[in-house]
Design a protein around this ligand. Structure first.
Ligand SMILES: [Zn+2]
Ligand SMILES: [Zn+2]
Length: 449
């Protein structure tokens, strides 16, 4: 109660200060440190760009995370104002303390506080510090402290600035809008102006094939990326990126016509895919896989067996014609990841009764499965019942999205020919079976619900 009252008072003080922004900016060097976080939150939500810039330049803590804050309007203007405030040149400092900001984190993350506790005195002082790049604070300071690591000495001497190393953490989406491109050039300029003291750290990269402006990639250390999404990108481009994103734990590739590429390009892609030892989430939606599936899956199987592998938790193979008579690779993959897989999507894969019955034993051994989605596959009612019977023993499985069985359609998968009465009967039967198996906590729905 007492703490809540204090927070409210600080917020009121912040609002009152912001009612006269120029005076507040002028007084920023004198205000108590405790007021910075509530003042920052209020300034961010209200879009006070000048104040945000001034606050970043005098920020009295070592890190600043946007965290759960959502910008109301013109998000890029606000982000640019904050980046502009980064003290990448030694500043004239009129405040009563030395500005401390070393990490500016512009990612939206509902679980992240505005600043990390300062109890931690050793590196890394911030939970979001970059741990991979040779340009990270961690690696540079290790090198400066004389802990010589191979390969770091040279990069350190390239830095021409006496400025302490800093990190700017952003998610980047190459989606080709004019404003996004302007923001990216702004980022690149900032990195250039810092003469090596600012590490632009991107953990989440999305590439849309239509995007022509990929020059920002030259400014990134792709080793920092843990989450990569690519849509409509050519396979050789995917392969060359995979060669560099060595710490990836989530990969999603969609709308890539795998089978239309030459053998050499496919092999190169599979080679680099097989080297992603940290991969946990893997999606190949609309990858145009047919007879090449076994090739890809064999590689993924190798991947899941590798000694350092943190096995797959999420697998999405939707929108591929997966099961044209060859079930073994998928079966064996399921067996390999049965101890870790939590989320499986195989929607719209032309999965038939015979394919499903072949993989069902392996599927029912995935004891950590929480979500299974296999909608839009031509399955009969007896098969659907058999699947339910096999899966009720998976106690962590709570959410299943199942295909509407074929007998409910006059013409399979044509929405207009769906007999809703028959579907209601299906749902009632499944519900009764779940109840009989004492699995009322399992939710079976169709995609339309
Ligand atoms: Zn932090
Ligand atoms: Zn980094």
């Amino acid at each position: 109660m007492e703490q809540k009252t204090t927070v409210t008072l600080l917020e009121l003080a912040a609002k009152s200060l912001l009612s006269n922004e120029p005076a507040a900016i002028h007084a920023l060097g004198e205000i108590p440190r405790d007021l910075f976080v509530p003042l920052f939150n209020t300034a961010f939500l209200g879009g006070h760009k000048m104040m945000l810039k001034a606050m970043v330049s005098l920020w009295p803590f070592r890190c600043l995370h946007i965290g759960s804050l959502n910008a109301q309007e013109s998000c890029y203007d606000i982000l640019e104002a904050m980046i502009d405030g980064l003290p990448i040149h030694p500043a004239q400092n009129s405040s009563s303390w030395a500005p401390k900001l070393r990490i500016l984190d512009l990612r939206h993350d509902p679980d992240c506080e505005t600043t990390c506790s300062e109890i931690q005195t050793t590196l890394p002082f911030c939970i979001q510090s970059c741990i991979y790049s040779q340009y990270s604070i961690l690696k540079i300071e290790e090198a400066q402290r004389g802990v010589r690591c191979p390969g770091i000495g040279n990069s350190g001497s390239e830095r021409q600035s006496a400025q302490e190393p800093m990190e700017l953490v952003v998610d980047i989406s190459l989606s080709s809008t004019l404003r996004t491109e302007q923001f990216h050039s702004f980022l690149c300029n900032k990195v250039q102006q810092s003469f090596g003291s600012l590490h632009l750290c991107c953990r989440d990269l999305q590439i849309d094939g239509i995007s022509a402006h990929k020059s920002i990639l030259q400014f990134l250390d792709l080793g920092c990326i843990d989450h990569l999404e690519m849509d409509q990108v050519c396979l050789s481009e995917v392969a060359s990126l995979l060669a560099r994103v060595i710490h990836l734990n989530s990969l999603s590739l969609s709308n890539i016509p795998f089978k239309s590429y030459k053998e050499r390009k496919r092999r190169s892609f599979l080679h680099w895919l097989g080297r992603l030892d940290n991969l946990q989430d893997f999606g190949l939606a609309s990858f145009c896989l047919t007879d090449q599936l076994h090739e890809v899956l064999r590689d993924v199987t190798v991947l899941s067996q590798s000694s350092q592998a943190t096995h797959l938790r999420v697998l999405n193979l939707s929108n591929n014609r997966l099961f044209s008579g060859v079930y073994e690779p998928f079966q064996s993959l399921l067996e390999k990841v049965s101890g870790t897989l939590q989320h499986l999507e195989i929607n719209n894969c032309m999965l038939t009764d015979s394919a499903l019955s072949a993989i069902l034993p392996a599927l029912s051994r995935c004891t950590h499965l929480r979500v299974l989605s296999f909608a839009f596959n031509p399955i009969t009612m007896p098969m659907l019942k058999s699947v339910l019977q096999h899966l009720t023993s998976l106690m962590e499985l709570k959410h299943v999205i199942y295909p509407v069985p074929v007998h409910c359609y006059e013409e399979w998968n044509i929405q207009d020919s769906l007999d809703r009465q028959k579907l209601a009967e299906v749902q009632a039967q499944l519900q009764a079976m779940l109840h009989g198996a004492q699995r009322d906590n399992m939710n079976w729905v169709t995609c339309s619900e």
